[in-house]
Design a binder for this molecule. Structure first.
Ligand SMILES: Nc1ncnc2c1ncn2[C@@H]1O[C@H](COP(=O)(O)OP(=O)(O)OP(=O)(O)O)[C@@H](O)[C@H]1O
Ligand SMILES: O=c1ccn([C@@H]2O[C@H](COP(=O)(O)O)[C@@H](O)[C@H]2O)c(=O)[nH]1
Length: 246
């Protein structure tokens, strides 16, 4: 049976897209080809009845910590980082709409006239109607990341799974970009991530999902078909959850 005819395992998901991965083959900013491919893959999920919330990072444009290292006030840098995620969200909505996928952007920071202010109950209603919701501006607070925002929104909207789409194909014993000999895990518990100090997601995000027993799957956003495969129950990347039976 083709995957697209299979029943989804998850009814509602929160997809975290790495900002840095949006650069694709460009030198800076956003590669429209990456957005179009993501829109196509998200459309496949919507097509089989999955409700999709999205959080996009801003690492392709600005990160507060990097701006601070270059001399800027940290909070100002974080505000710039959060605004960067709104720009990415607008670009993602544009790609979704060009693919005829109904979508809205909500921002944790009020931005009247550009996007809607984040409202959980409204977001739940949109999701139930089958609209894709892009949650932008992170948590709205400095000193956080969009990984924490993704876990927070995932818990708030009562998603069945948080999916972290990134440039690596799972969680490794060490950063695989720096350590080619690192070994990939199939499953990890929240506590294993914390005690082994595995850097794929920030610790605030891991503590949040641990406290709410929200499963997280880390996978390669450049692997075509991986997203759909996960949603129908396939085994891609690394699953982070409360129990490790490996
Ligand atoms: N143990 C590890 N296993 C896997 N990846 C790791 C590990 N430690 C560090 N990393 C790095 O974590 C990165 C996660 O990247 P990602 O681009 O998703 O970051 P982000 O900060 O969440 O998003 P953004 O790009 O929007 O800032 C991977 O690219 C990988 O290089
Ligand atoms: O809740 C949040 C989320 C993000 N930020 C700032 O935005 C940038 C971009 O987010 P990434 O997760 O790194 O992609 C981040 O570096 C922070 O500076 C924030 O302040 N609060």
């Amino acid at each position: 049976m083709p995957i697209s005819d299979r029943q989804p395992k998850y009814k509602r998901i929160l997809l975290k897209l790495s900002g840095e991965a949006l650069v694709g083959t460009e030198e800076f900013g956003i590669d429209p080809k990456v957005l179009d491919r993501m829109a196509l893959e998200i459309g496949q999920l919507v097509g089989i009845g999955v409700q999709v919330g999205i959080v996009i990072g801003g690492g392709n444009l600005f990160r507060g910590a990097s701006l601070h290292e270059a001399g800027m006030d940290r909070v100002t840098g974080d505000h710039m980082g959060m605004l960067a995620t709104v720009m990415n969200a607008l670009a993602m909505r544009d790609a979704l709409e060009r693919s005829n996928i109904k979508s809205s952007v909500m921002s944790a920071i009020p931005m009247s006239g550009i996007v809607e202010h984040y409202d959980r109950r409204l977001a739940q209603r949109y999701l139930t109607n089958g609209d894709v919701i892009i949650f932008s501006a992170g948590t709205g607070n400095p000193f956080f990341t969009t990984d924490s925002a993704a876990c927070l929104r995932g818990i708030e909207i009562e998603a069945d799974l948080v999916l972290k789409a990134t440039k690596v194909d799972g969680v490794y014993t060490a950063d695989p970009v720096q350590n080619p000999d690192a070994i990939k895990y199939d499953t990890l518990t929240y506590d294993e991530i914390l005690t082994r100090k595995l850097g794929v997601m920030d610790l605030t995000a891991i503590c949040l999902v641990r406290d709410h027993l929200m499963p997280v799957r880390v996978f390669d956003m450049n692997k075509s078909g991986a997203l759909l495969n996960i949603v129908v129950g396939g085994n891609e990347g690394t699953l982070i959850c409360g129990v490790n039976n490996d």
